[in-house]
Design a protein around this ligand. Structure first.
Ligand code: UD1
Ligand code: MG
Length: 448
């Protein structure tokens, strides 16, 4: 039998204080409502999402999930929201109903409620630490919303989670007959749950954390982060700390990868090697046997097995660090290949360059790739040695095995095995340092 699901996501979410639709706030690389949709699709459900506020944005964000949409004309309550999804639902069979702002709900819990479903309506309930705001599960009656509770009913702590399984036939027959509740004239889905409904009342409250403000968003993010990290750890990934490392769902971690304290991995990053503490990686590949050390920031880069990057290195788009190559502290690399064994150990900018195998780029070296209008390339041949504080003014080529003397500004190609030095001669005046100091002191005294 086909399984359907409806996600109620037409609410506004004013308390988020955000221009973004509440259900689209990102949690580890996936919009909030995407987590619910994933869980439902994992059960094979055909998902319908009810939208109203930010409709276009929600449709666009959910495009990768291939769900269907129903439009609620105006948010007039959960019963009305579900009514607007009715045309998208089959005539019979079970329908899972859930809110779009409870991203911690797991497929396992939904499966458990499905297993308990015996036709009619089945409700997931839990014992709340604080029941205020929830509909109460009142034996012999069904769900009584807080606003309608007698004092005795209000004291009940077993509450409606907002997750249900209901027969499509029941929805078709009863939803159109719901009566509005004063004073707002809302239609309540909970009116479909009467004394005959099946109630499963031992669900985990934490799974139903509703995200209504930024604190709850951060709380949900923390739970998901730990959940994901644990799942990766189970496959053989080593975490210095399960709580502080933040790995988006879009990231791939291979068994044997090691992730440092406070590392942040996003986008299409793929890691099989070592990522040190407090590194930030986006769309970056770290192969097995490669190390990205503490505090490095990498985006759109690839670090091959046997390469070492950092600490405190910055790799930008198109940085390609090959086996045995080394990018040290305060080195920035963009759009460049460092071939096997090439080294730039300290304080350099390598942009739009090819650095040959085994070449050594000294501290303070800069490839001057930009003339204010266009970018130009620098080629450094295999085994070349670039002395410290050199400026390589692109386009320029340094031949294989060539040596560039420290402090040179190179504006023309250097042939292989040549030495290029561009440097004013050093002027040395003997026995004059003390005379100069006396001169300075006199001048300072005169000024006072
Ligand atoms: C609802 C339940 C309550 C339950 C609680 C669990 C009703 C009447 N009450 O109350 O018993 O304990 O959830 O969290 O159902 N939505 C729409 N269109 C609307 C109104 C709401 O799509 O017109 C969506 C919201 O975006 C949200 C979900 O439905 O995702 C729940 O609505 P909400 O207003 O949060 O209901 P609660 O008052 O929390
Ligand atoms: Mg709510």
């Amino acid at each position: 039998m086909s399984l359907s699901a409806v996600v109620l996501a037409a609410g506004l979410g004013t308390r988020m204080r955000s221009p973004l639709a509440k259900v689209l706030h990102p949690l580890l690389g996936r919009p909030m409502v995407g987590w619910i949709v994933e869980a439902l699709q994992a059960l094979g459900a055909d998902v319908v999402v009810v939208v109203h506020h930010h409709e276009e944005a929600v449709r666009a964000a959910l495009a990768p999930w291939n769900v269907r949409f129903a439009r609620q004309a105006a948010p007039r309550g959960t019963g009305d929201a579900l009514l607007s999804a009715l045309p998208e639902l089959p005539d019979d069979g079970p329908v899972i109903i859930t809110a779009g702002d409870t991203p911690l709900l797991t497929a396992a819990s939904i499966r458990r409620l499905l297993a308990a479903h015996r036709g009619g309506a089945t409700v997931a309930a839990f014992e709340a630490r604080d029941a205020s705001g929830y509909g109460r599960m009142v034996p012999g009656i069904g769900i009584v919303e807080q606003a309608a509770c007698t004092p005795m009913q209000a004291a009940i702590r077993v509450v409606n989670s907002g997750l249900y399984v209901m027969e499509a036939g029941l929805l078709g027959a009863r939803l159109p007959t719901l009566a509005p509740h004063p004073p707002k004239g809302e239609f309540w889905l909970t009116d479909l749950v009467d004394a005959h409904a099946t109630v499963v009342d031992d669900f985990e409250e934490s799974e139903f954390l509703g995200v209504n403000d930024r604190s709850q968003l951060a709380e949900a993010r923390g739970v998901l982060r730990r959940r994901l990290n644990r799942a990766f750890a189970a496959t053989g990934v080593d975490f210095a700390d399960l709580d502080s490392a933040s790995v988006d769902v879009t990231v791939t971690l291979q068994p044997g990868a090691s992730i440092g304290l406070g590392a942040v991995l996003t986008g299409d990053s793929r890691v099989a090697g070592e990522v040190g503490p407090h590194c930030v990686l986006h769309d970056t590949v770290v192969e097995a046997g490669a190390s990205v050390l503490a505090g490095s920031v990498c985006e759109g880069a690839i670090v091959h097995g046997g390469a070492i990057v950092g600490p405190l290195a910055r790799l930008r788009k198109g940085a390609d660090v090959r086996a045995g190559a080394r990018v040290g502290n305060f080195v920035e690399v963009k759009g460049s290949v460092l071939h096997e064994g090439a080294k730039a150990n300290h304080l350099a900018y390598i942009g739009d360059a090819e650095v040959g195998a085994g070449a050594n780029v000294g501290a303070g070296t800069i490839t001057c790739n930009y003339d204010g209008v266009s970018k130009h390339r620098t080629e450094i041949g295999a085994g070349a040695f670039i002395g410290s504080n050199s400026a390589l003014v692109a386009p320029v080529r340094i031949g294989e095995g060539a040596i560039v003397g420290a402090g040179s500004t190179i504006t023309q190609d250097v042939p292989p095995d040549a030495i290029a030095v561009e440097r004013a001669p050093v002027k040395i005046t003997l026995d004059s340092a003390e005379r100069l100091r006396i001169h300075y002191r006199k001048r300072a005294a005169f000024r006072r």
